[in-house]
Design a protein. Structure first.
Length: 182
């Protein structure tokens, strides 16, 4: 049986309902539910079949969530969790450029900037920090923290094992000392 595609409202509603208590925690049950409900919709977004969603704030947010957050939950600890990062950045860039990020509820606004935070390009991370400055709080703290890591290592060391990259001694020491683990 083929899974039916969800609507942008379904995606945003699910994410809003999960809330901060589930957004950033490793929770296999949540990951499973997210994957089961939205795998087909993620795959359609990754294939470019949901481009029309980018015309509205809700649709653009749903695209960014499907391309950036969904893979981090659904494909945790596999290279596939980063496979749609470039598409997520492109969707976020377009939405930010159109001002759609400012049309969503404040708690969801940072998700437009997450693809920039997940980039290993310091320019994207600088832009993320600038976007997060008006929000402040934990969002800004994490944006700065991510930028500092990439500034230091030119990448995120915690991704090395998953992506088959060799770690430097400095990266291994950073991780062993409790450095950011994703």
């Amino acid at each position: 049986m083929t899974q039916q595609l969800a609507s942008s409202a379904d995606v945003v509603g699910f994410w809003r309902g999960a809330g901060p208590q589930k957004w950033f925690r490793k929770d296999p049950a949540f990951d499973h539910e997210f994957r089961e409900r939205f795998l087909a919709t993620h795959e359609a977004a990754a294939a470019g079949q949901l481009r029309e969603w980018a015309q509205s704030a809700e649709g653009a947010l749903a695209l960014v969530l499907l391309l950036d957050q969904f893979p981090r939950n659904a494909f945790r600890d596999t290279p596939r969790m980063y496979a749609t990062d470039a598409q997520a950045r492109a969707a976020a860039d377009a939405a930010i450029g159109a001002g759609l990020d400012r049309q969503v509820d404040a708690p969801l606004r940072p998700f437009f900037y997450m693809p920039l935070m997940h980039s290993e390009d310091v320019r994207d991370l600088d832009r993320c920090v600038a976007c997060m400055e008006p929000i402040g709080g934990e969002s800004l703290r994490f944006a700065r923290h991510h930028r500092d890591i990439v500034t230091r290592f030119n990448r995120f060391p915690h991704r090395n094992a998953v992506l088959g990259r060799a770690s430097t001694a400095d990266e291994e020491r950073f991780l062993a000392e409790g450095g950011f683990g994703g």
